[in-house]
Design a protein around this ligand. Structure first.
Ligand code: B3K
Ligand code: ZN
Length: 848
């Protein structure tokens, strides 16, 4: 398969004035009739053939302006030669046959539990019919669906329906990747929304019969998203209906098809008994994300797939803003940064590193990455910090105004900011073109009453990019005096050179700096800080992010010293955490975050970044020792904390209650280390919510107890796919290093291990990959097992196989023996006959 380059972009040869699709649904022989009204594109002067994408289609007939023709077809396309095409507009009608029930890749039109559904982004529409399957070809779609199933849905507004058919009309021109069709025996939970201009919108969340009582939170999140989008971005919804459909077999989280969002059921269905607080927060965020795409993605789409971050980075940024407004902004920011480091910094430090806007790819599905999404969002956050809130708003208004209906580029995006602010953003643009996480070295100096902060940025080499230029880095800084009072409130230092100093005058004493407040740039801060100074910031910083960060940095320092020098758990850290955890004036959710230790993979990343070789077994042991020491240090007060946090109120998924539950469960985890599991067993038996059940189970599994509870959980939930996914991943992620792979083997032997279902595959194989010490166990059993399963899944579902293969992206970090084993598994994958281009591209990049 060949590599596609950004530099080769050309507009399509033809424009598409209208699309009419008719679907005659049948599981193994669905007929699709497509009437496409083309005309030559003036942007491509001269006469050109018409080449349409198409894969796995059986062409039954083809007519040009009503006359039967026999076009040239191959495995990937249908072509009509220039000489056979009229010079002006023409209509092409094709009829193809496809087999949704044989579609295991879950891309194009496929079936899930007897229901038809589609996934077209990025290039799935070409598996439905012959079409110019590229985002810059936008057209109005009319769709007719014929089927006996009771619910027949597509994009846009419903126009007519009868027995066995329904017709839809989408007035908004759109690229094919936003097409969707759903047909099934579905039930809806419905509501309405009135937009600010008075349009009444019917809202439906469609699910399988029996799941109706688990849709309320998704519907409520949708309504809040619609309102927020009007209030904060001034954008309203533009159709009469908004449908959301939950499906069990789905390759990712959800999809923003125009007016018909399709969701992985795990991000829709929620009830207190089945969903954790984390699930609720994620449902809220993903519902918002997909809804926000209606403007950032659908009304303004991407010119080509290299511009993916144009819609994804911006939409993630917006969903983060939304979640921050719905919940605690500080807590959300901390969680977002934890996720950024865990996924994006990890990616950026390894063989899969790529720019936010990549310049080439083989399989675009491999570029729906943490870099495009999360770093893409951080880049927008920096832009907002640099220009200020008012200018950000002006720029966004201009963006919507100028580009509504366009397929736009990053250049267009930056130009609106330049026009709205008069700034030159050419240096800023490096954030889009250069990969790698900058390292920011910081030194400070106090001489003659002048305090100086000196920063030096290092931009590491990444695959294909050996040298880099200095970036624009907004560094939010505040200064505290030794009493803990803020003497300089947050200001933004704009760094543009490789090395730069900033002076502060008029201070009475040497201040304690709080640097990179709110994590104002996605960089690694490199500054030697005494534990006492970190503890000071953990106690006093007025910036909640940096307050948490001080504790986190302290914990990391402690863990690194334990792993590399055999040091003891430090008292500074224990005392600092104790002070925060028992501080009743602080938000319980924040205190819970301060109790959470860095993940083992995060520690390996930190050790690797310090140019040392991480030892997964020792990291695992050190982390455990720290938890043990914390449990002893926090002592009896933990019990009181635990008891007091239960106010007996009826369950609510709101952030306040969720925060109290999180702190209570963290306390339980520590208490369990001392009581042999008595309290956790009791907590499990009395749990009123899934959050509490999982919390109690985790605490038990951490001390290798809980066999009875594990069995009881499985008996109770055996018929519930989404809940059983949690059970599988909980067991595997808590397994001891040497037991993780053998346990996974045992669990894959269960009848309900349906590995063709992506959620189940990720909950089992993905969970093994996420058990750091287990996956990287020196036996190599983790590597082998994951590779075996990737090889098995790949022929059926290349997209999910390629995604899970990122488990291996960190292999170059480890010692020679582990590297040899991991590399051998990657090489074994490469020797598999008929490997998909998806998985091949990933493995080749990881081995390069
Ligand atoms: N745009 C989709 C992701 C499509 C992934 C294709 N492999 C969901 C989202 O980002 O909202
Ligand atoms: Zn998105």
């Amino acid at each position: 398969q060949k590599t596609i380059h950004l530099a080769d972009y050309q507009p399509f040869t033809h424009l598409l004035d209208g699309v009419e699709l008719t679907f005659r649904l049948a599981p193994s022989a669905t007929r699709v009739v497509a009437r496409l009204a083309f005309r030559p594109n003036p942007a491509r002067p001269g006469r050109h053939p018409l080449r349409l994408d198409g894969e796995g289609l059986k062409l039954l007939s083809c007519q040009l302006d009503g006359q039967p023709i026999t076009p040239k077809t191959d495995k990937r396309s249908l072509t009509i030669l220039a000489k056979d095409l009229p010079q002006g507009p023409f209509t092409l009608e094709t009829e193809v046959e496809i087999a949704p029930d044989a579609n295991t890749a879950l891309e194009g039109l496929y079936m899930s539990n007897g229901m038809y559904c589609t996934q077209c982004e990025a290039e799935g529409f070409r598996k439905i019919t012959y079409y110019p399957d590229r985002p810059d070809v936008m057209a109005r779609f009319k769709v007719r669906i014929e089927s006996d199933l009771p619910v027949l849905l597509s994009n846009g507004n419903p126009v007519a329906k009868g027995k066995g058919w329904a017709e839809w009309d989408d007035p908004w021109p759109k690229p094919a990747y936003l097409f969707a069709l759903v047909a099934g025996d579905l039930k809806a939970r419905s509501g309405t929304f009135r937009t600010f201009s008075g349009r009444k919108v019917a809202l439906n969340v469609w699910v399988r019969p029996g799941d109706e009582d688990r849709c309320a939170y998704a519907l409520d999140s949708l309504i809040r998203s619609m309102k927020w989008e009007e209030e904060v971005y001034g954008r309203e919804y533009d159709l009469d209906v908004f449908n959301i459909v939950a499906v069990d077999d789905f390759n990712m989280g959800a999809m923003e098809n125009k007016g018909l969002n399709i969701f992985n059921s795990r991000y829709v269905l929620a009830s207190p008994e089945t969903a954790t607080d984390e699930d609720y927060a994620r449902i809220e965020a993903i519902i918002a994300h997909e809804y926000f795409h209606n403007w950032t993605g659908n009304r303004i789409t991407c010119r080509d797939w290299f511009q993916l971050c144009l819609k994804e980075g911006l939409t993630v940024f917006r969903d983060h803003q939304f979640s921050g407004d719905m919940r605690s902004a500080a807590v959300r920011r901390i969680e977002d940064v934890v996720a950024l480091r865990a996924r994006q910094f990890r990616e950026d430090a390894g063989p899969l590193a790529h720019p936010v806007r990549p310049e080439s790819f083989v399989e675009i599905n491999n570029f729906y990455t943490a870099t495009v999404y999360e770093k893409g969002a951080e880049v927008i956050g920096m832009l907002k910090t640099l220009v200020g809130d008012a200018a950000y708003k002006r720029a966004l208004d201009l963006y919507f105004d100028r580009h509504d209906g366009d397929a736009a580029t990053i250049e267009d995006w930056l130009k609106v900011f330049e026009d709205a602010t008069g700034r030159d953003l050419s240096q800023f643009k490096l954030w889009y073109s250069e990969a790698g996480t900058p390292r920011l070295k910081v030194q400070d100096d106090w001489t003659d009453g002048v305090y100086t902060l000196t920063f030096a940025q290092e931009n590491p080499a990444t695959p294909g990019q050996p040298t880099k230029q200095p970036k624009v880095i907004p560094i939010n800084v505040g200064l505290l005096n030794p009493n803990g009072d803020e003497v300089v409130p947050t200001i933004m230092l704009e760094m543009t050179r490789e090395s730069q100093s900033f002076r502060f005058e008029g201070l009475a004493a040497r201040p304690i700096p709080s640097i990179l407040r709110g994590f104002s740039a996605p960089v690694i801060l490199d500054r030697a800080v005494a534990p006492s100074e970190r503890a000071f910031l953990l106690a006093h910083d007025t910036d909640p992010f940096n307050r948490w960060e001080a504790g986190r940095a302290l914990a990391k320092d402690v863990m690194v010293d334990m792993v590399t020098k055999g040091a003891e758990v430090s008292a500074d850290w224990l005392d600092g955490v104790a002070a925060v955890v028992f501080d009743e004036s602080l938000d319980p959710a924040f205190r819970a975050l301060c109790l959470r230790l860095p993940a083992e993979d995060d520690m390996a990343q930190t050790i690797h970044a310090a140019k040392r070789v991480p030892d997964p077994g020792r990291i695992h042991a050190a982390r455990r020792e720290m938890l043990g020491a914390l449990s002893v240090r926090l002592g009896e007060r933990l019990q009181r904390l635990y008891d007091n946090l239960d106010d007996g109120a009826p369950f609510s998924p709101d952030a306040g209650q969720a925060g109290r539950r999180a702190l209570r469960i963290a306390a339980l985890g520590l208490l369990t280390r001392r009581d042999g599991g008595k309290m956790a067993s009791l907590a499990f038996a009395r749990a009123k919510s899934m959050t509490e059940s999982i919390g109690a189970l985790s605490a038990l599994l951490d001390i290798r107890q809980g066999a009875a509870e594990v069995a009881a959980f499985a008996t109770r939930w055996v018929g519930d796919r989404n809940v059983m996914d949690k059970w599988y991943s909980l067991l595997i992620s808590h397994a001891e290093p040497a037991e993780a792979a053998p346990l996974t083997v045992r669990l894959t032997g269960r009848d309900d291990f349906d590995w063709r279902n992506p959620n189940r595959f990720r909950s089992v194989i993905g969970a093994l990959a996420g058990n750091h010490a287990g996956f990287h166990h020196r036996s190599g059993a983790g590597y082998r097992l994951v590779a075996d399963w990737l090889i098995r899944l790949d022929p059926l579902n290349p997209q999910t196989a390629a995604r899970v293969s990122t488990a291996f992206e960190t292999w170059p970090r480890y010692d020679a023996a582990r590297r040899r084993r991991a590399k051998a598994e990657l090489e074994r994958i490469l020797t598999t006959p008929t490997l998909s281009p998806d998985l091949r591209e990933m493995v080749e990049r990881m081995l390069a």
